[in-house]
Design a protein around this ligand. Structure first.
Ligand code: SAH
Ligand code: SF4
Ligand code: F3S
Length: 447
């Protein structure tokens, strides 16, 4: 396109965590509110937003190779799209991206993307610009209202992180912990419900650290926010993610036993099973305190499904220490989990620790850990066969009459029959696979 043209179409590509997915949706809404349409599948967009993640290695290289691919497609099509780099790589390496990639005209950090329209105006005049301030809550106030969302929607309630785990870039890319105000969240949740949401997942890098003041000016925490949202008609399910073991309080544990709409699922990263490694990671919990915490959650909600995050090959991790991670996995029996090979991140304390573990050793540990986690996931799914549960239908299946959705325990379930997206179907779970279950429709509650 010529430098003076306003883009007609956009594409937003999000990588990384669910908070980036939320941000990507909000950027898309912002662009749509300016009259720019989402590019059709397979169509080259006039504006491409790369909403990047910096959590592990090769993030920046991936961005450069994406930029290369986009410019190549542009040359072929005879017109170059405008490229914006957003998200955590933009925050961490914005200046460098501007210097290295002339095809990029906008760099916008995760707390500044409400400024995208201004940057776009400048870009159409041929001016390149970077916006990576961390003004925290400004963006939410400046964004347009939610219009149409799927039945399972995300709502960012808390941003940033003050925990400074020694391997992690999030405190640098997302800034300090900050909570969005209670009444803003109640309002946004209502909008989401009006826009079609039946399930809301409350998001934050440390969502259980959310704190605010209710309508009466009382200090409230995440559990109070959940109880408040549970009173909204039309909202059937509430989830939250991600939590740090340090911020889980009695009220939140109790809510799992008391609030029917709060789903029986808890994602609680532990990272490792060795207390020496946990200390070196600056995790502020031990394997034992983590297990005790899980016991309390399970006492409140016996059918709770558990999920976690793991890092293998942290600097100095020995075989015996890794075996403690496997032992912890055996003890917990996770329904699902995410596991990663430690990736040294520039600027983090762990990146310069001595005794970096070799790639071969880390690969081997990751394979062994994933085998154990897959085994437990399969066991959990198998144990679910025979259960009758509610499935929130969020997609069509591959074949006509097939539907896909999520069980209360966040398993993917497919079934056949009369249904539509947004239905909550009563389904008997009849067959378990590693990543999904087959169900038989009993009854469907219309959207
Ligand atoms: N705030 C969340 C998750 C943040 S990032 C929490 O603390 O639980 C998601 C996961 O990525 C982390 O839980 C961790 O397992 C993984 N991760 C973060 N930094 C990493 C690194 N440098 N190398 C490998 N995995 C990492
Ligand atoms: Fe990263 Fe730790 Fe904060 Fe999670 S708690 S975002 S792993 S620093
Ligand atoms: Fe990635 Fe940033 Fe999320 S680094 S995991 S997109 S907070």
């Amino acid at each position: 396109m010529k430098s003076s043209d306003l883009p007609r179409t956009y594409r937003v590509k999000s990588f990384g965590c669910q908070m980036n997915v939320y941000d990507g949706e909000r950027m898309a809404e912002l662009l749509a509110s300016r009259g720019i349409a989402r590019a059709a599948d397979g169509e080259e967009a006039d504006l491409v937003v790369l909403n990047t993640c910096h959590i592990r290695e090769k993030a920046a290289e991936k961005v450069y190779s994406d930029i290369g691919r986009i410019t190549k497609a542009g040359r072929k099509a005879g017109r170059q799209p405008l490229i914006a780099v957003a998200g955590c790589v933009a925050q961490a390496e914005g200046e460098e991206i501007m210097a290295r990639a002339p095809a990029v005209s906008m760099v916008v950090g995760p707390q500044a993307y409400h400024r995208l329209p201004e940057l776009l105006d400048r870009a159409t005049k041929g001016q390149r610009a970077t916006e990576i301030d961390l003004p925290a809550l400004d963006k939410f106030a400046a964004l347009p209202e939610r219009r149409r969302v799927g039945p399972a929607a995300f709502l960012t309630v808390q941003e940033g992180c003050d925990k400074f785990c020694t391997y992690c870039v999030v405190p640098y890319t997302r800034g300090a912990e900050i909570s969005r105000p209670y009444h803003h969240l109640v309002n946004e949740a209502r909008r989401l419900i009006e826009a079609g949401a039946r399930e809301i997942t409350l998001l934050g890098q440390n969502v259980s650290a959310w704190a605010g003041e209710d309508e009466q000016g009382r200090a409230v925490g995440l559990a109070d926010l959940i109880r408040r949202l549970a009173r909204e008609d039309g909202l059937e399910r509430i989830r939250y993610t991600t939590s740090h073991p340090a911020d889980m309080d009695d009220n939140l544990i109790a809510a799992h036993g008391e609030v029917a709409k709060l789903m029986p699922f808890l994602h609680l990263p532990v990272q490792a099973g060795s207390n020496r490694v946990l200390k070196a990671m600056n995790r502020s919990h031990t394997a034992e305190s983590y297990l005790r915490l899980l016991e309390r959650f399970r006492a409140a909600r016996p059918d709770l499904a558990l999920s976690g995050d793991f890092i293998v090959g942290f600097p100095g991790e020995t075989e015996a220490e890794f075996a403690q991670t496997l032992a912890l996995v055996d003890e917990v029996g996770y329904a699902q989990a995410f596991s990663f090979k430690y990736s040294p991140r520039p600027g983090t304390p762990a990146a310069t620790m001595p005794e970096q573990v070799s790639r071969e050793v880390a690969d081997d540990r990751l394979a062994r850990l994933q085998a154990a986690l897959n085994r437990d996931q399969m066991a959990f799914n198998k144990a679910s066969v025979g259960r009758v549960c509610e499935v929130l239908v969020d997609r069509k299946g591959k074949l006509p009459g097939q539907w896909l959705g999520k069980s209360p325990w966040l398993q993917s379930v497919w079934f056949e029959g009369e249904a539509q997206i947004g239905d909550i179907a009563r389904v008997a779970l009849v067959e378990a696979g590693a990543n999904s279950l087959a169900g038989r429709l009993q009854a469907s509650v219309a959207a």
